[in-house]
Design a protein around this ligand. Structure first.
Ligand SMILES: Nc1ncnc2c1ncn2[C@@H]1O[C@H](COP(=O)(O)OP(=O)(O)OP(=O)(O)O)[C@@H](O)[C@H]1O
Length: 663
């Protein structure tokens, strides 16, 4: 069944030296034998077992199993050989501490993706055989030494292998338990399996059917032992499973590993969640503020109207600055400094033609906006109000902007609350004297106040200013009276549909004209917000990098801690891929956990912050959309899995022989 031909094995040492551990081994084994390998410490017993067990295929000579040379096996064939043809029993049991007896025994079946019911059925059968049927649910540390070794034997037998390799199986047991375990092992051989066992104990060797002595890597003796007899061979009718560890089983195994180190994993997830929380909050904050600004814009302006101003000419701006009149008053957005009477660039017919040609524009209305300090005023009886802004009425001023009184007809004006304060409460319906400075000359005209204007928004700044709205035609008439032709400083394009307003606005910008001052302010505000988002994004990025490193370190530690377990899994037949899969699953789970925590913290922050901002500014600062939470989870999982690649690769690459040797 098993034949070793001219087997030699050397270990490479430093400085290109080699140490010959096995030299020219020639031996063959039959089914039903119980072979004891004896020899001094360091004689090469374990080395030989590793070769036979398929843990080490780096040797010279031929190691034939049923006529096929293990030395020529592909790594896939070698994995299958370990999984299905050999079973390992170790001196120190090497059970996986966080798995139950049942799971320890069936791990090889899990690695073959065999269903739970089949696994349990087979485990019951095999645990009954070793006398541990009632201990299936226990963890290894709840068992006695003898019981642990029985579990290990059950694990070795689970896939009904042809060969059992036992490295000092009784080395850690007292004499009574040794007897029981030996009986169990002898029984296995009797039923037709080949059992090869390393031992230091003569008593144990005496129980076997054959004793092979090794010294200095050579076989020095090969004698027949006692007759152990034979029993009917019972081949288990089990499905050995051609498949491999499924992702789901890998996640289950990973979950089990993680439960073992619960506190550590939760702490890591909390640490990693900080980055995720900041990502979600960053998005939610931007969303909240943008929503607020857009709302405010919509409440201040008519959604069908696009305001158009002439582009600011650098020179005009410079001149105005020198005159010192271009400074916007506090609380007011920066104004086009040229929009002063007599010095602004008016719209010409060709501008109007161009603008009215824009798709979906149904009408172009003319308007005038004059900002000045100390030149325009309204007088009523002995009271005077200095007007900062003289504007014409447009579709932008609607009924919602009328706080009191009525919308102005011809010959009427609308004044802001600040003007009302200057001129007295009873100003509505009264005729006032409006003084305007046009073209460096001062003109006066009597007009009637029809109502009080309000911005209807939270931008308190504008409602505290002295603003007057008049009909464009009235202003033109005042100009006409003095032979001064008024030309529009502002045009209002009326859209045929709310949905087309944005495209019109874009077309206006493309033609090189400016939008409204509010739009400019909102744009400025939004670009400031963008900057804030970048800062938050940088914080988030840094914390994500930190969490990636944290996860990497923790998984690295986990690999180091579980080196032996990885060796056991490999001996049982786990492929490198399976080991990687288990660790990648672990990083996936950490990522998932920290993503969920990140969402939780972001929601908590939202619940704390929003009531405060609602109270102060009547809007929700943090607006979390479901897509942000999904993004949080996805980012978290991706980062965690990326961090897991290195440790998982390390675990996958571990050499089973060395891992098993690890104390
Ligand atoms: N990875 C290695 N690198 C270098 N030398 C090694 C390595 N592993 C084993 N050896 C050497 O090979 C020889 C055989 O070792 P092996 O572990 O097979 O001995 P053993 O007979 O099983 O000993 P013991 O009974 O003490 O377990 C020893 O001299 C040991 O120092």
């Amino acid at each position: 069944m098993l034949e070793l031909n001219q087997i030699s094995k050397s270990y490479k040492l430093a400085d290109n030296q080699v140490f010959p551990a096995l030299r020219d081994i020639n031996i063959s084994f039959k089914k039903g034998e119980l072979v004891s390998i004896i020899g001094e410490s360091g004689s090469g017993k374990s080395t030989l077992m590793n070769l036979i067990g398929g843990l080490d295929s780096d040797f010279t000579g031929k190691l034939l199993i049923e006529g096929r040379n293990i030395g020529e096996f592909s790594s896939k064939e070698l994995d299958a050989y370990r999984k299905n043809k050999v079973g390992f029993v170790f001196q120190s049991f090497n059970l996986i501490p966080h798995l139950s007896v049942l799971d320890n025994v069936t791990i090889a079946m899990t690695l073959s993706n065999i269903g739970k019911s089949a696994r349990v059925a087979r485990a019951e059968e095999i645990l009954t055989e070793v006398g541990l049927k009632d201990h299936m649910k226990k963890k290894p540390n709840q068992l006695s030494g003898g019981q642990k070794q029985r579990v290990a034997i059950a694990r070795a037998l689970i896939n009904d292998p042809d060969i059992i390799i036992a490295d000092e199986p009784t080395g850690s047991l007292d004499s009574e338990t040794t007897e029981q375990i030996l009986e169990l092992i002898t029984n296995i051989a009797r039923k037709g399996k080949l059992v090869i066992m390393v031992t230091h104990s003569e008593k144990v060797a005496n129980h076997s059917s054959r004793v092979v002595k090794i010294a200095d890597g050579r076989i020095v003796d090969d004698i027949k032992g006692m007759d152990i007899g034979s029993a009917a061979s019972e081949r288990a009718s089990i499905n050995k499973g051609k498949q491999n560890l499924s992702m789901l089983s890998a996640i289950k195994l990973a979950l089990n590993n993680m439960k073992e180190k619960m506190t550590r994993n939760v702490l890591i997830a909390i640490g990693a969640s900080i980055g995720i929380t900041s990502v979600i909050l960053m998005l939610a904050l931007g969303n909240g503020v943008k929503g607020y600004v857009t709302d405010q814009m919509n409440s201040m302006t008519n959604p069908l109207v696009v305001e158009v101003n002439m582009p600011i000419e650098e020179e005009a701006a410079m001149n105005q600055n020198e005159k010192g009149t271009a400074e916007a008053p506090p609380g007011m957005p920066p104004m086009d400094p040229s929009a002063m009477f007599g010095s602004y660039t008016p719209f010409e017919q060709k501008d109007m033609d161009k603008l009215s040609d824009i798709d979906h524009v149904v009408e172009v209305q003319k308007g005038l906006n004059i900002m000045a300090l100390g030149t325009n005023m309204i007088q009523y009886e002995d009271k005077t109000s200095q007007i900062l802004m003289v504007s014409t009425l447009s579709e932008n001023v609607t009924e919602s902007n009328i706080a009191k009184g009525a919308y102005p007809e011809k010959g009427e004006i609308l004044v802001s609350e600040a003007v009302e304060k200057d001129l007295g409460q009873d100003i509505i319906g009264k005729e006032v004297t409006v003084t305007l400075k046009l073209n460096e000359e001062t003109y006066q005209a009597p007009l009637t106040v029809s109502g009080i204007y309000t911005t209807g928004s939270n931008f308190e700044g504008t409602s505290n200013m002295q603003i007057m709205f008049a009909n464009y035609d009235d202003l033109v008439a005042i100009g006409d009276k003095h032979d001064f032709e008024i030309q529009p400083s502002t045009l209002y394009l009326i859209s045929d549909d709310v949905d087309h307003t944005d495209s019109i606005r874009q077309a206006v910008a493309d033609l090189g004209y400016r939008g409204s001052a509010q739009e400019m302010m909102a744009d400025m505000f939004l670009s400031m917000l963008d900057m804030l988002s970048y800062v938050l994004a940088a914080i988030a990025a840094i914390s994500l990098i930190v969490s990636a490193i944290m996860i990497l370190v923790v998984l690295y530690i986990s690999v180091v801690e579980r080196t032996k377990e990885i060796g056991v899994l490999k001996a049982i037949g786990a492929r490198s891929k399976d080991i990687r899969r288990i660790f990648v699953s672990e990083s996936f789970l950490i990522g998932l956990l920290s993503g969920l925590m990140g969402i939780l913290f972001a929601l908590l922050a939202m619940m704390i912050v929003n009531p405060i901002t609602t109270n102060l500014f009547s809007f929700n600062l943090v607006v979390i959309e479901p897509i942000y939470m999904i993004a949080g989870i996805v980012i978290s999982v991706l980062i965690s899995m990326a961090a897991g690649i290195i440790p998982a690769g390390m675990a996958a690459k571990l050499d089973p022989v060395e891992s098993l040797r690890r104390e």
